[in-house]
Design a protein around this ligand. Structure first.
Ligand code: ATP
Ligand code: MG
Length: 139
């Protein structure tokens, strides 16, 4: 059976600007079902662990300090072809390159303040979901 879930976060800037509501509306309108969701805040260490794959990049320090700078929304979403379809819905990492109508086109401010995170593979969706949610928190 193909894996049909992805993991997403509404990043600190979008949460602070009160964009969580409209972003979640776009997600459910696009056919994703919420399987788990919470408001939480990453410690600096947790942000470093979550983005460990980028630890050799020049933007790692900026990325991890930003991601631990305030509350986020974390969620597991379900839909057929969830990972690819969610990446399409959020648009390119750089909002200047994001397509019209995508979440990042509408709500991202810059490359680092790009509103949302979406898993890039089924394998990472599983790892990232387990990072945030226990079995009891999934429905
Ligand atoms: P995300 O993993 O957050 O969904 P992504 O998969 O589109 O985004 P990645 O390449 O995984 O992009 O980069 C992770 C995050 O690191 C990006 O969302 C962005 O905030 C930041 N980032 C990536 N490249 C740059 C860059 N060149 N300058 C500044 N920040 C960057
Ligand atoms: Mg990524």
């Amino acid at each position: 059976m193909p894996y049909n879930q992805t993991f997403m976060m509404i990043k600190p800037i979008a949460f602070r600007n009160n964009h969580a509501g409209p972003i979640l509306h776009m997600i459910t309108e696009a056919g994703f079902r919420l399987k788990a969701m919470k408001i939480t805040r990453l410690t600096a260490k947790q942000a470093c662990d979550f983005y460990a794959v980028h630890s050799d990049k020049y933007f790692y320090e900026e990325l991890t300090s930003f991601m631990s700078s305030g509350p986020i929304v974390a969620a597991i979403l379900e839909k057929e072809n969830a990972v690819a379809d969610f990446r399409k819905l959020i648009g390119a990492t750089d909002p200047a390159k994001a397509e019209e109508g995508t979440i990042r086109k509408l709500y991202a401010e810059s490359m680092s303040h790009n509103a949302v995170h979406g898993s890039d593979s089924d394998e990472n969706a599983l790892i990232e979901s387990d990072f945030f949610f226990s079995k009891m928190e999934r429905f």
